[in-house]
Design a protein around this ligand. Structure first.
Ligand code: SDX
Length: 429
């Protein structure tokens, strides 16, 4: 049964307008307001797009009230338990889980695109040793357009898919290159004998003077975190990638813009900020003081790793990471006091009326940093980890948009500046 339209009546003009309802796969109702400006002469005002759908998409589904996350229909809990990151990358890019031959072909494709042009390593070496790796990533990824201008006809589906695969393949190489530059180590080259995540950890931590064994525990934990961070529908960085893509800009520029958006502490930069916050809290006895600061509207302090624009329930990824953090710490035999502090903070916050009333729960960033730390990833690289994984989501969403005719994104505004006035020359002012 199709919905009846929603009728809005403008009491000022006496006019009415029927707005059709669009329902998503799970029945989520959305008002189509495209006819509003021409029919009633109104725009809508929605800063932060809290009530606005920017597109239709078949990639990821989130139910914020129920804490549901699915990639192409598959629950994140099943993918986390049974899949691996490269298979999830195939799923997000192509829409279905691959069969054996499709997976082999995809793995071969990605593996043979992991190297970067040697000049790119020169680019990385030009940064100061203590440059923040996210600043390096934004610059270096954007520069990939300078190396691949021969295959950037965005009208050509093959060029689009090649660019997408190149970025999935090269992000770990470039990320490891940024880390090694910071450490003063020579660039590491991808070893094709490794699988995706192992190859990344080998590029990160191997040194020329001796062999490096990738810990299976570390590889599995890293792969799990990549799966959990791969996509999340129209979050700030993905919306940025789509908006830049709507101008016809090349995919490397789109992903570079997404990296910059992700870096913000309100978004992907939160995983680094959570550890900084836990360091500042320092002791369980001080948790109450910081929870009170987070509740004070006059205090800009917020509990990093808490709250979410969409989830008004526990972020399903946080639940999975919380369990994995315990397992990784136990298997690596590292007892991190920050884990105990994080759990105490979570307990106190979840029992506090303010957090309960505002439905503020731990999000994906609350526990991920504790695992990164246990794996030896430096704090400044935490958001780079997020960017490696989210590149799959960004390029999948960019491809989905590029495959359908898209108008350039161009929000309107409510102008509240000065009315018209005449110019006064300098001498008379
Ligand atoms: C990610 O969008 C995505 O999908 C993002 C992401 C992804 O995978 O791409 O999930 C990844 O970015 C996770 C979020 C990481 N950020 C942080 O952990 C930073 C701390 N969190 C907050 O900055 C905040 O919760 C946001 C930015 C995540 C959400 O901001 P909103 O949408 O403005 O939050 P809200 O509207 O739900 O807030 C409701 C109220 C507000 O108070 P009032 O104005 O109603 O009085 O809760 C308050 C907020 O001030 N609030 C917090 C809080 N988060 C919200 N108060 C204290 N501590 C917090 N963490």
């Amino acid at each position: 049964m199709s919905d009846h339209p929603v009728i809005i009546k403008d009491e000022n003009s006496g006019q009415s307008l029927e707005l059709p309802i669009i329902r998503g796969t799970e029945g989520e109702p959305t008002l189509d307001i495209n006819s509003l400006p021409a029919s009633l002469g109104y725009f809508t005002y929605d800063p932060g797009f809290t009530a606005t759908a920017s597109c239709t998409s078949s990639i990821t589904f989130i139910d914020g009230a129920k804490g549901i996350l699915r990639y192409r229909g598959y629950p994140i809990e099943q993918l986390a338990r049974q899949s691996n990151f490269l298979e999830v990358a195939y799923l997000l890019l192509h829409g279905d889980l691959p069969n054996c031959s499709e997976m082999d072909a995809f793995e071969h494709d990605i593996t043979y695109h992991t190297m970067v042009h040697e000049k790119l390593n020169t680019f990385i070496s030009g940064f100061h040793y203590d440059a923040h790796p996210m600043a390096m990533m934004a610059g270096v990824i954007g520069s990939l357009a300078a190396f691949y201008h021969d295959k950037m006809n965005m009208e050509d589906a093959e060029h689009r898919l090649l660019a997408a695969k190149r970025m999935v393949a090269k992000m770990p190489t470039i990320a490891a290159g940024c880390y090694r530059h910071h450490m003063g180590w020579p660039a590491a080259y991808p070893k094709n004998s490794f699988e995706y995540t192992e190859r990344f950890l080998h590029m990160m931590f191997s040194v020329p003077t001796e062999g490096y064994e990738v810990s299976p525990v570390a590889a599995r934990a890293m792969d799990l975190l990549f799966i959990l961070h791969a996509d999340h529908e129209q979050n700030a960085s993905t919306s940025t990638v789509r908006l830049v893509g709507s101008t016809g800009a090349n995919p490397y520029a789109c992903v570079a813009a997404g990296i910059s958006a992700l870096w913000g502490p309100a978004h992907g930069g939160a995983n680094e900020s959570v550890l900084n916050m836990l360091d500042k809290i320092r002791d369980v006895s001080r948790v109450g003081k910081f929870v009170n600061r987070a509740k004070d509207r006059n205090d800009p302090f917020r509990l990093m790793g808490f709250g979410h624009r969409v989830y008004k329930n526990y972020d399903p990824r946080a639940s999975i990471i919380r369990v994995a953090a315990h397992e990784v710490l136990a298997e690596l035999g590292s007892n991190d006091p920050l884990m105990d502090l994080a759990m105490e903070l979570e307990k106190i916050a979840l029992e506090d009326d303010y957090f309960v009333a505002k439905k503020l729960y731990p999000n994906v960033d609350f526990y991920s940093g504790i695992i990164y730390k246990a794996l030896g990833i430096p704090r400044s690289m935490f958001t780079v980890m997020f960017a490696i994984a989210r590149t799959v989501g960004w390029v999948s969403q960019w491809l989905e948009q590029a495959e359908t005719p898209t108008r350039i994104g161009r929000p309107r505004q409510v102008y509240n500046g000065t009315g018209e006035r005449d110019y006064i020359d300098l001498k008379s002012r």
